[in-house]
Write a protein that binds this ligand. Structure first.
Ligand code: MTE
Ligand code: MO
Length: 331
């Protein structure tokens, strides 16, 4: 049995802190050459684009063996698993928070592999099985702060990105690390319909090599004791806890080490609103909203408003990466 979603079912969210406003305002839906012809079918609601989604998920998270629980001094309570897996940003499956859990039911991340190339001595393709075999899985509880001023506390499973990068031996020219999400409109319906907001796909992100090699930078393969649900970026995604959530790119298929700063999706869309660095910073407001506080997502409709911390509370660990940098200029 399958369920058909009509674009008329996709109710617009009347939230102010909304990145889709910029998409519409910039004319990207109509204008971008990077959007496939299929995406144009839905523009202005002239056509109902049909997205076929199975009722039952074809892929289910499985228990993962945790080798080590990294101690942390977070005083905050964990965000309930039900919220972590149902309040998501994953535009490949739709721009509303509950779209990803609904529209990712046809997504099958098995088998999977990641290509690592560019400024490295040994470019390689790793299968997901190899990755899981070669890296003991740690549980790390991190805060996740979205640029839209909501946040969660999530028990991620994964390992330091540095451990994978070391395996391919970066050359001396490797100054940045670029990441790419899978491009497969059949499995990710938002990539080829108005569901996905008409932004250019595949989603891409980047870090400096120092950020990528920082021990806090996690390649996550799970959460709450199991492999990642599709909507959270199965089977492998980045988690950079001191940066706005959009840096934490999901469902990665390619990592390329580069000499030059790589393009990133949100910077390409609106560089005045989203920078390359995107470090959480309560002193530098988004042009359309304050970043001084955040809504901490909790049970039910509860969401306490709390102060946002510099570097999302990870300043002791990461502030040295940005010594002498003007964080207003490099936002
Ligand atoms: N490929 C891809 N990665 C993505 C996004 C996306 O739309 N596509 N959204 C980002 C944003 S804005 C946030 S806040 C986090 C949300 O992660 P979560 O849904 O697991 O909480 O994923 C990030 N990674
Ligand atoms: Mo986000």
């Amino acid at each position: 049995m399958t369920k058909k979603i009509l674009s008329s079912d996709i109710t617009p969210e009347s939230v102010y802190l909304n990145r889709r406003n910029i998409i519409k305002a910039s004319g990207l839906i109509a204008g971008s050459a990077a959007v496939s012809p299929a995406a144009h079918a839905g523009i202005f609601g002239l056509f109902e684009d049909e997205v076929v989604v199975p009722e039952q998920a074809v892929y289910q998270p499985k228990p993962l063996t945790i080798a080590k629980k990294v101690p942390n001094n977070l005083s905050e309570v964990l965000t309930p698993e039900s919220k972590v897996t149902s309040h998501n940003n994953f535009y490949e499956f739709g721009t509303d928070k509950t779209d990803p859990i609904e529209n990712s039911k046809g997504f099958n991340p098995e088998p999977w592999s990641i290509r690592i190339d560019g400024e490295v001595e040994n470019p390689r393709t790793f299968s997901m099985d190899e990755i899981l075999k070669n890296h003991p899985i740690e549980e790390r509880i991190y805060r996740l702060r979205c640029v839209e001023a909501w946040s969660m506390v999530i028990p991620w499973l994964g390992f330091s990105l540095a451990d994978l990068i070391k395996k391919v031996n970066p050359t001396s020219k490797a100054k940045y690390v670029a990441f790419q999400t899978l491009y497969d409109p059949k499995q990710m319906p938002g990539q080829a319909s108005r569901l996905g907001g008409g932004i250019p796909y595949p989603y891409v992100e980047g870090l400096t090599i120092a950020e990528a090699m920082h021990p806090l930078t996690l390649l996550s393969v799970g959460l709450y004791g199991k492999t990642l649900p599709a909507q959270n970026g199965a089977p492998i995604r980045l988690v950079v806890p001191w940066k706005y959530g959009f840096k934490s790119i999901k469902s990665i298929v390619k990592i390329t080490l580069t000499e030059k700063e790589p393009p990133t999706t949100w910077q390409a869309l609106a560089s005045n609103e989203y920078g390359f660095y995107a470090n959480v910073n309560p002193q530098v407001d988004h042009p359309r909203w304050s970043q001084a506080t955040e809504r901490r997502i909790a049970d039910g409709f509860r969401a306490e408003r709390i102060d946002t911390l510099m570097f999302n509370g990870y300043g002791d660990e990461v502030a040295s990466l940005y010594k002498g940098m003007d964080l207003r200029k490099f936002y």
